[in-house]
Design a protein around this ligand. Structure first.
Ligand SMILES: Cc1cc2nc3c(=O)[nH]c(=O)nc-3n(C[C@H](O)[C@H](O)[C@H](O)COP(=O)(O)OP(=O)(O)OC[C@H]3O[C@@H](n4cnc5c(N)ncnc54)[C@H](O)[C@@H]3O)c2cc1C
Length: 416
């Protein structure tokens, strides 16, 4: 049994703590916040092996340049001479090649399937009600160009062993009889599931607390005490915590924390917004992505429906641009013309920072500079989906066990 300090109480930190506690370690999780709001709460809740294409693709680079001129567009990079942004942008463009996208598909599918298997197992545990459902995911499209591309996605998905089919407009409308849809058709990824993230996080916090995991809120990690090639203490704004193993799971803040242990990772925060109708009169039977609008629509936990989207690559200190949510609502109306959703007051809107690695793949593994540090971050748009699987892999790394899947594509120092 070891003393393990996990830094960061998002889904990655908490699921790591879950498996570490289960394998017999004494675990402490430290967070600079109160564990009640981070990127792992207001997201769309997709557990999606169908997302085998990472964020960095050849198409997004050109679309991104076009979208940057429109303040309500789904993708935005705030131009700046900031060194980390330039480094990230350079590596992002270098990663956005067909060859690299192709190479990412198997590792992303493997970790997603592992994670989905773990979520499914959790959902059967007593007290683990987080509204987990395997109903699939609809990728709804309106244009012929996307319809053409959909055929390729289905073919690729099937090659990876995923259950996917192209459905016509009529079939789509039959699956959602209560909602009028403007579309040409959809891909139905039957392999996907979804859950209610807010409940998942609450369930995990309660379970870990009950099992004696120490959850320390409102302490910001500021540095480390080192002895040769080992970290001996985690220094926070209030205390010092001894640890034999350290896990860095600090989401969009991980570049700075990794630098404190002499490890460079290329990462930028990718801000996204969501809006949840608690008792919605508009309902869908299946979670959906409105492809051309880049919007996620998730029915969750009974009568709730959540709309989420936008990717703003900005520092975490940049003030929120709530008018971007108008862009989300406009896209929703284009696909679901009967959805009349007025722009709510800003206190009803949520935003969070996705930890976007430069190539869209997680950073997961031990680092070179110190022997007792594992980094688990950089999951970008997939942190919830890959959360349970990442936690399991973190515990396997610390237990010196053969990982459940090959994680070489996620090497922390892959950019040198
Ligand atoms: C609109 C939107 C929709 C999304 N939809 C989906 C989806 O459907 N499926 C999916 O898989 N993903 C989705 N995502 C992405 C997903 O939410 C993230 O990838 C995931 O939540 C990241 O989890 P994390 O644990 O790495 O980071 P976080 O949840 O951000 O947790 C990191 C924690 O580290 C703490 N921390 C940071 N620095 C320090 C420090 N110095 N000291 C102590 N603590 C520190 C923070 O306070 C925070 O609590 C979405 C994101 C957005 C914005």
């Amino acid at each position: 049994m070891k003393n393990v300090v996990v830094i960061g109480g998002g889904i990655i930190g908490l699921s790591s703590a879950y498996y570490l506690q289960q394998s017999g370690h004494r675990v402490t999780v430290i967070d600079k916040g109160d564990f009640l709001d981070n990127c792992s709460y207001g997201n769309a809740g997709y557990v999606c092996p169908s997302h085998f294409i990472p964020l960095a693709t050849p198409g997004i680079v050109w679309k991104g340049l076009k979208w940057m001129l429109n303040s309500r567009s789904p993708f935005y990079v705030r131009p700046s001479l900031n060194r980390s942004l330039i480094d990230w942008g350079f590596r992002f463009i270098k990663s956005a090649t067909h060859k690299k996208v192709e190479a990412a598909a198997v590792p992303l599918t493997d970790i997603a399937l592992l994670s989905q298997q773990e979520y499914k197992a959790w959902s059967a545990l007593p007290g683990f009600d987080f509204a987990y459902q395997q109903k699939g995911l609809l990728e709804i499209f309106q244009t012929h160009i996307v319809a053409e591309h959909a055929k390729h996605s289905i073919e690729k998905g099937r090659e990876l062993g995923l259950d996917a089919e192209l459905i016509s407009y009529e079939e789509l409308q039959k699956m959602e009889p209560q909602t009028k849809i403007n579309a040409l058709g959809a891909i139905f990824f039957k392999c996907d599931s979804h859950l209610y993230p807010n409940k998942l996080m609450t369930v995990l916090i309660n379970d870990l607390t009950k099992k004696g995991v120490q959850l320390i809120a409102n302490e910001e990690v500021k540095g480390f005490e080192k002895d040769g090639r080992r970290i001996t203490k985690v220094i926070t704004s209030k205390n010092e915590h001894e640890g034999e193993e350290i896990v860095i799971a600090t989401g969009a803040w991980s570049r700075e924390i990794a630098a404190m242990v002499d490890t460079r990772i290329s990462m930028m925060p990718g801000r996204g917004y969501s809006l949840t109708l608690e008792n919605s009169k508009y309902l869908l039977n299946h979670p959906a992505i409105l492809v051309e609008g880049r919007v996620a629509v998730s029915p969750m936990d009974g009568n709730k429906i959540r709309f989420g989207g936008t990717m703003e690559v900005v520092p975490v200190t940049a003030p929120p641009r709530y008018h971007r949510v108008e862009g989300i609502l406009k896209s929703v109306k284009r696909f679901f013309p009967e959805f009349e959703i007025a722009m709510p007051s800003t206190d009803k809107l949520w935003y969070g920072y996705r930890p976007c690695s430069a190539d869209g793949l997680p950073y997961l593994g031990r680092i070179n500079s110190y022997k007792n540090v594992v980094v688990a971050t950089g999951h970008a748009m997939l942190g919830l989906s890959l959360g349970a699987g990442t936690g399991k892999l973190v515990s396997e790394l610390i237990n010196e066990k053969e990982p459940s899947i090959n994680i070489s594509a996620f090497k922390v120092e892959r950019f040198g």
